[in-house]
Ligand binder design. Structure first.
Ligand code: RB5
Length: 149
């Protein structure tokens, strides 16, 4: 699986840990930065990963900021993105099974590396159940189009 990953300064340390883990699992990883702890603006990094996923250069994306919240809000502005924020594995599991999430957001200041990797592994392996859940995702996109300008 090909994963695009990015972070801001609040997620840099955890991004390094997650990237190494993904590579050790045999995933292809595109690391879109940031590459240090200098303060940066998370929307730029969120949209870089969104682009990789929507243009199908990556199968899925992972975004890490201090809380995971700003990354998740930004990514979900774009139609076709189904980003979830997970601070424990059950959210990752259900976010795949029921919501077919294509982007996982983590909070580098919320969770430690051990828990983060458990969340990532769960999210990578859980399948989408389809069926009624696909109908709801289709409805989500359709209703959102009613607000487009
Ligand atoms: C940066 O201080 C912080 O606001 C950012 O990492 C993130 O938590 C935003 O949602």
């Amino acid at each position: 699986m090909k994963i695009a990953i990015a972070c801001d300064h609040g997620g840099f340390e955890l991004k390094e840990t997650v990237t190494a883990h993904l590579k050790s699992r045999g995933c292809g990883v595109t690391d879109l930065g940031t590459h240090g702890t200098d303060s940066v603006d998370y929307p730029q990094y969120a949209m870089a990963v969104v682009r990789e996923v929507l243009e199908e250069r990556a199968d899925r994306g992972i975004l890490i900021c201090g809380s995971g919240i700003g990354m998740c809000m930004t990514a979900n502005r774009v139609p076709g993105v189904r980003a979830i924020m997970a601070s424990e594995p059950y959210a990752a599991k259900m976010g795949r099974r029921h919501n077919n999430s294509n982007i996982l957001c983590l909070g580098g200041r919320f969770i430690g590396p051990g828990l983060a990797l458990e969340i990532v592994d769960t999210w990578l392996q859980e399948p989408f159940e389809g069926g009624r859940h696909q109908r709801r995702l289709d409805l989500m996109e359709e209703l959102a189009r009613g607000f487009a300008s």
